[in-house]
Unconditional design. Structure first.
Length: 162
């Protein structure tokens, strides 16, 4: 991003702004996005991590593994806190093909360490998005609750941990 109204420094962190500027003066916001039909869709953040059993897990890494599956068009990965206090990885995947949650789990089992594998998985025809194009995390949590109502709903506290 580049604007004439950009600040000149961060309060109490004078060197941080310089670290986030590109050589031509653009500010790296930490947001991820892509252009789709000439429109910018924000897809996530560069620095988000999920803490699973004291281990930092990159949702973006898990997302990329999910996207390697030929039937998955898009994916959103987040952390959820259970009533037990445990944090888990959850994934909502977009696919218009016949895809089961078990096949998604098997795909991850051969490519991710056990603490990185999504505990909760839901397959939907389209990821919910906000007006700005970002994945609507609160709707993702609701979809995961709905899909796992009989099995996991009583365990989910609810809000994304990332």
């Amino acid at each position: 991003m580049h604007s004439t109204s950009m600040g000149s420094r961060y309060l109490n962190h004078p060197d941080l702004l310089a670290q986030r500027l590109t050589p031509d003066g653009y500010y790296r916001t930490g947001d991820r996005g892509r252009l789709v039909a000439g429109r910018l869709e924000l897809t996530g953040r560069n620095t988000a991590y999920i803490n699973v059993g004291g281990k930092k897990v990159s949702p973006e890494h898990i997302r990329q593994v999910l996207l390697d599956h030929p039937a998955i068009a898009e994916a959103h990965v987040l952390g959820l806190s259970l009533h037990s206090g445990e944090d888990i990885v959850a994934a909502l995947v977009q696919s218009e093909l016949a895809l089961t949650e078990d096949s998604v789990r098997m795909h991850c089992a051969t490519r991710l360490a056990s603490h990185m594998r999504p505990t909760l998985v839901a397959v939907v025809p389209r990821l919910p998005r906000s007006g700005s194009g970002k994945v609507a995390a609160a709707e993702v949590v609701q979809l995961l609750r709905h899909r796992h109502a009989g099995l996991k709903d009583e365990l989910i506290k609810g809000e994304p941990t990332q």
